[in-house]
Write a protein that binds this ligand. Sequence first.
Ligand SMILES: Cc1cc2nc3c(=O)[nH]c(=O)nc-3n(C[C@H](O)[C@H](O)[C@H](O)COP(=O)(O)OP(=O)(O)OC[C@H]3O[C@@H](n4cnc5c(N)ncnc54)[C@H](O)[C@@H]3O)c2cc1C
Length: 400
Amino acid sequence: MGRIVRRGVEPLPRTAEAVVVGGGIAGALDAYFFGRSGLRSLVLERGPQLAGLTTAQAVACFRAQWDEPDYARLVLPSIAFYERFADETGLPGWEIGLRQQGWLFLTAADDGPAAMGRFVAATRGVGVDDSEALVGDEVRRRFPWVGERVTAAAYRARDGWLSPYEVAQGLVRAAGAEVRLGTAAVAILTDGGRVAGVRTDDGVIATRTVVIAGGPFSRRLAATAGVELPVEMVRHHRAMVTPQPEIPADGPMTLDTDTGAYWRPEGGGAFLGMGQDEPGTEPVDPVPADWTFPAVVMDAAERAVPFWGAIAERLTAGEVNLGAGQYTCTADGLPLLGGTPVEGLYLHTGDNGWGIEGGPGAAMHLARIVAGTDPDDAANPYRLDRPTLAAAGAPRTVTY
Ligand SMILES: Cc1cc2nc3c(=O)[nH]c(=O)nc-3n(C[C@H](O)[C@H](O)[C@H](O)COP(=O)(O)OP(=O)(O)OC[C@H]3O[C@@H](n4cnc5c(N)ncnc54)[C@H](O)[C@@H]3O)c2cc1C
């Protein structure tokens, strides 16, 4: 059984089999999958709680509807893991807020039917056999609140969302890992090109295995070991609106591919989000939010789903809760998973905004690399020295 220990309650252990830096969804998943391969982790989280930084801001949706193999390879096993979470973790009845209410992509483009048809065909190519292409009024028959402008959609009924906080709590419990809250890793200590330990703000831990799963702060910590991470931190907002009669409580995650605006129901209200043209910045905690965002996102969402216009007109500031977090972005949109030039130093970062839906697959992949049991290790498409990162520049555009 895992334990979560607050700073000052017990002395920090002076040795560990493996140290995982970061108690977000990535670190919790790493601790769990390392535990399954026999490696006991000490998780360091500098904040006051698990899953309190980027993970806490997520809209936490997942979709099998991807059209590229390197995405599907992480997401498909992740969804299977979430669907069987209580059984997989041996925590009978453990609730992770899993709602499989579907994921609906919409477009108003003239060539929408052809584009959605191609997209659904491509999802077949990566092993997804239950996505659907919908055309014209077929979309409105299934989802009556969709506007007249919409020409086509792609939909999968078993996509949805979950509660990452409950996932993280369950993982730590099932992993038998120890989490130290309020404890920051300050530097990776090395000895002859090999990890020797971690210096924290509460003393030194000797270890030969360290995973950096620090979300937006990963780059800073990696630099202390001389490892440069090609990532940029990009702010993304999410607005939550209080219950409104128009919002279908049983509706899917709905994303307008023309504007990037998306929403999904939550407790009678909804979460809304949208990728914006934000510059990369340094990591920050907390991430400041821009109060123009709710109006901007509802204006964009209204194009495909007109009821957002009516809601926006009458909504008061007190009915909106606004938050923001940072995606940790790479040039090719894929995460950084695997080793570094420093022996014993591993990475699980570069979430690009899909670290929850791809997280279990990523942690499984990393656990195999750390255990030396991955037959594909040499061809790891997420490795730090992959050629697609050499041409680093603006991060690839993400759809949410
Ligand atoms: C608005 C928004 C919507 C999103 N929606 C989705 C979605 O629908 N689906 C999806 O899959 N993803 C979504 N995401 C992305 C998702 O939130 C991230 O991919 C995921 O939470 C990243 O988890 P993480 O553990 O890597 O990082 P984090 O959650 O940031 O965790 C890293 C942790 O490491 C700790 N840490 C950092 N440095 C140190 C240190 N030196 N010592 C100790 N602790 C340290 C931090 O305090 C933090 O708690 C969304 C993100 C945002 C902002």
